[in-house]
Structure formats: structure tokens, C-alpha cells
Design a protein around this ligand. Structure first.
Ligand SMILES: [Zn+2]
Length: 487
């Protein structure tokens, strides 16, 4: 259901957003045409990117936490490197939802629910789910499934939406869509074919094995799902509806795993830390503090470091900086190695009023983990809070050299320029941030503000003028394109 899911997500959002859904409504005929012709990789990427942007802009369940995003991209990236398309462009993201689900969209965008992260009993189990999704992408199952079923009408697209919607608990849109669709025919359309499922298992298994994970993980996780399915009776986990789990699939997985050499693979510390953080973010801080304290007291933890991390995080949420500091000190005494722990230590230090101490922690941690986006954003924010604007701009610039398509870096740059009262630069940076989120009209608006700011030199002014001309032209081209496909 993976690829179908992308269309589904966009529709869900389209329905819930009412008037702002025109963008997606426009997009559907385009998707339909594409299904009849061939999906070019560029078109697939454009569709995926557009839906992904909608999710991060409008979907409140999107987990906008760089620690969590860093982790799933690290794990996913390790699997992609071992896949049949090691140079492939993949993006992994997390949706806060207890339902067990994972889905791949066009263009290599792969979403995974927090329910899946928390249900997996080992990192290899989670790797198994991701490897299966990656294989749906590398084998082009979404395009092939759509081509096979000639699913090009908008009505069918809406029907397909139900699958993803059902993945969302408490979704009003889901009930509305379910009411408007005929339940009987949905199941068949939603699901990947059995052939595609078996292929994704087989290819995913090779990927997992090559990446060094315990290949029993995939069967273990699906076995757990199957058991859960029995409990749910007619209300099987949504993942099983989109990825039909058959007896043959289970026995294939078992026999493949049996013939593989036994390999014990330790979970990474970050796997446990991310789970502790997700748990610490749910419910009230007070509940979480007692929960983590009880686990430590009863020594019922898969990872003591992660439980201490969860406790320190919950204490920070409760704004008890002193107690959080005590916990993070106890954790650091265990000498754990993770950018997540360094980042939390810096945040706690800052919450206790020691800004300089926080900056030192960030600087040291960035030496060790230069690729942690969570540390990069945290350090830039800390410099801003400490009014070290010039250093902040220098740092953001150096990061933009590495990650030129990171909208958050531009947003941080805009905030820093705003603090300095540099209006032209502020709006110019904000325009780039919007543009990277696919928000062309707001980007043009920001450049108009930049043009009117009147505080730039001749060179800056002409750069803004040129960029504005370029984006206006892009806007006109898109208008033309829309008219063409509408006629
Ligand atoms: Zn599948």
C-alpha cells in the first residue's frame, strides 16, 4: 500500500485543509496521466516531494524532532547503502501514531509510525520493516501496481486514501472517507499484490543481511503483527491491510532465516534513546517521570542509559532543570556515546541558566558528531539565544555549504538576521526557506518584503531583484502548465 499511501496522504490533507487543497486537487489529474504513461523518476520524485512537503507543513502528527529524524535516516541510509540502489535518494520520516504502520511514497520518501518504532523489540526488527519498504521502492512496486490496476480516476484515489487514513487514529477525515467509500472494494485496491509483497520480503531480506542486521528480525516482527492481527479479528493492524501477510510469506521468511548463519546483532544505543524520547514526549511529564523512575528502581530496562535519558528529558519537560541536571550527570558518568545525549546535556545546561556551558557542550559534541542535524540546529539556536549573532551567521553559512537544501538552516538564518535588524537579509533567507518547502507564493512575498526593506547595499538589492524575477517566472510557468493540463 506504500505508494498508494502517498496519494492517500495527500488526499487526506486535501480533504482536511479545505480551500488550501486546490494544489493537490490540481495534482491528481497529473498523477492520473502519469499512471497511463510511464512514471519518470523525476515525476515520481516531484510527486513524493510535494506530498512530503504537505505532510511536514500541515500534518500535526509529523514528528518534527531532529534527533528522531537523524536516527531513522541513519538506519535507513545504512540499509539503502546495502540495497540494489545504494546511490538512491531516500528520505525517512516519522509519524506520531500508535498504529503499527510504515509506508513508502513515490520518490523514495518512507514514513514510519511511532507505533512501529515502539513495538519493535530489537533494532533488527525495525530494520526488517524499513528494508521491506525500501524494496517496494527499489522494485518500483507503486508505479507497477498503479499501472496494473489502471488506478487513475480521482474516485479511485479517494478510495485508496482510506488506507492511510485508517492508519491515523482519531482521524475525522478517515471516518468521512470511509463513509464515502465502499468498504468492500477498498481492501483489494489498497493492498500490494502478493507477488510484490513476497518480492519485497525477499529483496528486503538480502538488504538486511548485507547491512549486517539479524535476518530473523523481519520474520519476528511480522510474526508479532500476525498475532496482534488475531487479537484484533476484523480490525487487523493497518500495516497488514496494505501489506497482506500470508502463510506463504511467513514460511518463506522462516526458511530464509533458518538457512542464514546465526548472527547476534546488538542494538545501537540510539535505537533505545529514540524510543525513550518518544515515550517521554507522550503523556504528562509527571507520569513519565514516575514511569522511568520505577523502571530504574525495578531494574526493568532494556538499556539503563536510555531510561536515564528518558527521565532527564521528562524532567526537562517538567521544567525541573536542577533534577534534570542531576540525572544527565548520572547518565554521563556511564560514558555513553551518542549525539542525542550531548544535545540533551546542552539543553539542560541552558535551561539551568548556563548558556556558555551549553555552547561548550555543543562545540565539543559537533567535533565528534559533525553530521548530527540535531546538534547543528541546537547550536545555532543556542548562539541566537546567547546573542552571538555573528558567530551564529558564520556557523549557519558553513552548514549551508554542506546542506544547501535544508529549509531549517535558512529559517535559523532568517531569525538571526531578524535579531540583528537586517530586514532585507531576513526576508531573503525566509524566502529560501519557504522555497525549499515548495511554498512558491510565500517565497515571492518574502522577496517583495526584502525588496522594500531598503536596508541593503546595491549588490544585495540586485541579488534580491534577480531572485524575484526568477521566481515570478517560475510562478508563471506553473500557471501555464496548470492551464495546459486542465484543458
Ligand atoms: Zn509490503
Amino acid at each position: 500500500m506504500i505508494r498508494v499511501t502517498c496519494a492517500a496522504v495527500s488526499l487526506a490533507i486535501a480533504v482536511s485543509l479545505g480551500s488550501s487543497s486546490s494544489l493537490l486537487a490540481d495534482e491528481l489529474p497529473e498523477l492520473g496521466d502519469a499512471a497511463r504513461a510511464d512514471f519518470s523518476p523525476q515525476l515520481e520524485y516531484q510527486i513524493g516531494q510535494r506530498i512530503f512537503n504537505d505532510i511536514r507543513l500541515h500534518e500535526s502528527s509529523y514528528v518534527d524532532d531532529p534527533d528522531v529524524t537523524d536516527y531513522v535516516n541513519l538506519l535507513g541510509g545504512r540499509l539503502v547503502a546495502a540495497s540494489s540502489n545504494p546511490a538512491g535518494d531516500f528520505r525517512f520520516f516519522v509519524i506520531r501514531d500508535n498504529a503499527i504502520n510504515a509506508f513508502a511514497m513515490f520518490g523514495g520518501f518512507i514514513g514510519v509510525n511511532t507505533g512501529t518504532l515502539l513495538t519493535a523489540q530489537s533494532e533488527s526488527e525495525l530494520a526488517g520493516v524499513l528494508a521491506h519498504e525500501i524494496s517496494h521502492v527499489t522494485q518500483s512496486h507503486l508505479a507497477r501496481q498503479i499501472a496494473r490496476e489502471k488506478q487513475s480516476s480521482i474516485a479511485t484515489m479517494i478510495t485508496m486514501a482510506v488506507g492511510v487514513l485508517a492508519a491515523r487514529s482519531n482521524s475525522q477525515v478517515a471516518s468521512a472517507a470511509i463513509a464515502s467509500a465502499q468498504a468492500g472494494s477498498i481492501q483489494a485496491q489498497l493492498a500490494y499484490s502478493r507477488d510484490f509483497e513476497r518480492e519485497a520480503d525477499r529483496v528486503g531480506f538480502q538488504t538486511m543481511s548485507k547491512a549486517g542486521y539479524d535476518v530473523h528480525g523481519m520474520g519476528d516482527f511480522f510474526g508479532r503483527l500476525q498475532q496482534a492481527g488475531r487479537l484484533y479479528e476484523n480490525n487487523a493492524p493497518v500495516y497488514m491491510r496494505s501489506h497482506p501477510l500470508t502463510v506463504e510469506r511467513m514460511s518463506d521468511m522462516e526458511s530464509r532465516a533458518q538457512s542464514a548463519p546465526y548472527r547476534q546483532v546488538a542494538d545501537s544505543l540510539d535505537f533505545h534513546l529514540v524510543r525513550a524520547k518518544l515515550r517521554a514526549q507522550a503523556g504528562t511529564p509527571g507520569e513519565k517521570i514516575s514511569e522511568f523512575r520505577r523502571q530504574l528502581r525495578e531494574k526493568k530496562t532494556a538499556s539503563e542509559a536510555a531510561t536515564r535519558y528518558g527521565l532527564a528529558y521528562a524532567l526537562l519537560r517538567a521544567k525541573d532543570a536542577a533534577a534534570a541536571q542531576k540525572e544527565i550527570d548520572a547518565l554521563l558518568a556511564l560514558k555513553p556515546s551518542s549525539p542525542m545525549i550531548a544535545g540533551l546535556a546542552a539543553e539542560i545546561r541552558a535551561a539551568g541558566g548556563d548558556r556558555a556551558g551549553a555552547l561548550t557542550i555543543y562545540r565539543n559534541a559537533l567535533q565528534r558528531y559533525p553530521q548530527s542535524k540535531a546538534l547543528v540546529y541546537g547550536y545555532a539556536e543556542a548562539l541566537l539565544d546567547g546573542r552571538q549573532y555573528q558567530e551564529g551567521l558564520r556557523f549557519i553559512d558553513s552548514q549551508l555549504q554542506l546542506y544547501s537544501s535544508d529549509y531549517k538552516l535558512y529559517a535559523l538564518q532568517a531569525k538571526t538576521f531578524a535579531a540583528l535588524g537586517k530586514r532585507l537579509q531576513q526576508h531573503r533567507a525566509q524566502a529560501e526557506s519557504y522555497l525549499l518547502l515548495g511554498q512558491l507564493a510565500p517565497a515571492v512575498e518574502q522577496l517583495q518584503y526584502a525588496q522594500q526593506a531598503g536596508d541593503g547595499n546595491f549588490f544585495e538589492q540586485s541579488q534580491v531583484d534577480a531572485r524575484l524575477r526568477e521566481l515570478r517566472k517560475r510562478q508563471m510557468d506553473e500557471e501555464k502548465e496548470k492551464k495546459k493540463s486542465g484543458s
